[in-house]
Structures are given as C-alpha cells and as structure tokens.
Design a protein around this ligand. Structure first.
Ligand SMILES: Nc1ncnc2c1ncn2[C@@H]1O[C@H](COP(=O)(O)OP(=O)(O)OP(=O)(O)O)[C@@H](O)[C@H]1O
Ligand SMILES: N[C@@H](CCO)C(=O)O
Length: 298
C-alpha cells in the first residue's frame, strides 16, 4: 500500500489578454499538499491561504477532485489524512481553484500508482477541466509553461498543448487585497461580441503565443483584449485603471484570469513609478516550467 504522496502545484494566469479560456501561463508560486492513508475516513489540515475559510470535510475542493480521480481509476484509497500548505491567493485571478483541483487529481493518481504521463495525463486534464469548467488554468497547473487549451468538438474532451516560454520572460503579479469570484465575473460577460472584436482577439491571442515563446518585444500588442476585461470593469475598476496606465507606459499588462490581479509580462524592467499601486502587492514571480510534481512519501 502507498505511504502517501506529496504534490506541488503551480499557480497560473489565464487569458493573458485576448486568449479568453484558451491561454494560460504557469507561475512559480506553489501550493504543496500531502496525502497519507489514515484510520479515520478523512482528516484535513490547512495552513496559509484559505486556512480560515475553506471547508475541512468531503466538500474541500482538493478532496472532491481526489475522490473523482480515484473513482475514475477504480481505486479505493480508504481513509485519508490531507495536509495543505497554501501559497496561492484565493479568488484573485491566480488560478487557486484550478491548482487545488489539479493537486487533488494528481494525488489520486499518485495514490493509485498511476504516473501522470501519456494518456493518463490527457485523462487527468479532461477531468480537471470538467471540474473547473474551462481548461486554461488547469492545463497550466498540470503542464507548466505556456498552454493553449481547447475543447475537441468531435469527442467533447478538453485538450491542451504546451509551449516553452522565452527565457527572458519575467512576469509580475500585482495583487489587490479584494477578492473576486470567477463565477460572478463570468456572469458579467455578454452572450455575443461584435465580429470586429472577435477578429481583433483572434489576431492578438495568436500573437501572444509567438510573443511569449519567441518575441518578447511584441508583448504589448499581444496582450490587448476585446473579449472580457472591459465587460468586467465594474467588478474591479482599480484593476483596469492599473492595466490601462501600465499599457499607456509601454508595459504589457492584462487582467490575470477573472481578476482582480494584474499580470505584467516584462523582460525584467521595473514597473513605472508614475502608476499608483497603492492597495496592491507587487510580486515578481518566475514562470513555472515543470507543472505539477508528484513525489511518493517514504
Ligand atoms: N487550495 C484550495 N483549497 C480549497 N479550496 C480552494 C483552494 N483554492 C481555491 N479554493 C476555492 O476556490 C475559490 C476561488 O476560486 P475562483 O475560481 O473564484 O478564483 P481563482 O481560482 O483564485 O481565480 P481565477 O480562476 O480567476 O484564476 C476559493 O474561494 C475557494 O472556495
Ligand atoms: N478564463 C477564465 C479564467 C478564470 O478562471 C475567465 O476569465 O473566466
């Protein structure tokens, strides 16, 4: 029987401008969970982010994802002790829910002795994306680097491709204290957008892949958006002010995921002092290139 597993999972920033629900970048800010066999059915201990407010029972997001994974694999892990050391801020647009889901699924695979490679990894991605509702953040947390995510209209399955980001890329997360729930700001989006806005977004999202992988000099035009940021402005007006002021000064800034964090994609230069960042915490954060890592406990 497995002595348990340790799982390290990265944060992520989705959209990256116009790549709504399609592009994601893994960030080197990690939650670490450990899962061990236990005599009682379930014990959950949480430290760090969310310690005061997440559920400590079967409804805990990591537990729900782990249960879904072992059920999918036909494995019964018995009683479990889960400890979570969380560093990813919750409800700020840094993919905390996706990281929790990927951590739970990876732990389930680890307990069942199934390596997250090949078709097992493809299955895990689909399972995680079904949980989250879209694949951009979960793909980044699973695979690391830059990810391009899509749903296959033939099979109904979520898929993702990984691209290696340029070595000079230096993301900066500009994180406000306020939270914003993704399901709330998704509710602010329109059913349809003008064709010209869709055409603009297609070009910029495609450009974003090239800029992040090969051409950091193109990051500013590559991170312009017409699909979601303005529609969500009333949820976080100060976030959009910061995005606009940074962009006006040549910094490739976009709303991170569903906000309210601002992601600046720099090549190491300092942020302009003229932009008022009062109330925000500035966190330079490297690209995570490895994705989720599962280690057996001895
Ligand atoms: N490590 C975790 N353990 C348990 N629950 C979590 C964890 N991380 C996130 N959650 C749950 O997910 C919620 C946040 O999810 P939400 O999708 O709104 O934001 P996010 O994932 O941080 O940001 P975004 O999706 O915009 O990148 C938290 O309020 C909490 O209920
Ligand atoms: N693409 C998602 C990312 C946040 O989960 C959104 O913007 O709603």
């Amino acid at each position: 029987m497995s002595a348990g597993v340790r799982v390290r999972v990265p944060a992520s920033s989705a959209n990256l401008g116009a790549g709504f629900d399609a592009l994601g970048l893994a960030l080197a800010l990690h939650d670490v969970i450990e899962v061990r066999p236990h005599t009682s059915s379930l014990t959950v201990l949480v430290s760090g982010e969310g310690a005061d407010d997440v559920a400590l029972d079967e409804s805990h997001l990591v537990v729900r994802a782990l249960r879904a994974a072992v059920e999918h694999l036909g494995y019964d892990p018995g009683g479990l002790e889960l400890t979570c050391a969380n560093a990813i801020p919750h409800a700020r647009g840094l993919g905390s829910s996706a990281a929790a889901i990927v951590a739970g699924i990876a732990a389930g695979y680890g307990l069942a002795g199934v390596e997250l490679t090949g078709t097992a990894r493809e299955d895990a991605l689909h399972l995680a994306a079904e949980f989250e509702g879209h694949a951009d953040n979960v793909a980044a947390s699973l695979l690391g680097g830059l990810v391009l995510a899509w749903g296959d209209e033939r099979t109904g399955r979520f898929r993702a491709a990984r691209v290696e980001p340029h070595e000079d890329l230096s993301p900066v997360a500009i994180v406000p204290a306020e939270r914003s729930a993704t399901h709330v700001t998704r509710g602010l989006l329109p059913e349809v957008v003008p064709h010209a806005d869709a055409a603009f977004a297609v070009g910029r999202a495609a450009l974003a892949v090239q800029a992040i992988a090969e051409r950091p000099d193109l990051l500013l035009p590559a991170t312009a958006d017409t699909l979601h940021q303005d529609y969500r402005e009333k949820a976080w007006p100060d976030t959009l002010r910061v995005v606009r002021e940074l962009r006006a000064r040549g910094v490739a800034a976009a709303v991170s995921g569903a906000g309210p964090t601002v992601l600046a994609l720099t090549t190491g230069s300092a942020l302009p002092r003229a932009v008022d960042l009062t109330g925000f915490t500035v966190i330079p954060v490297a690209v995570d290139r490895s994705g989720v890592v599962v280690t057996p406990l001895g």
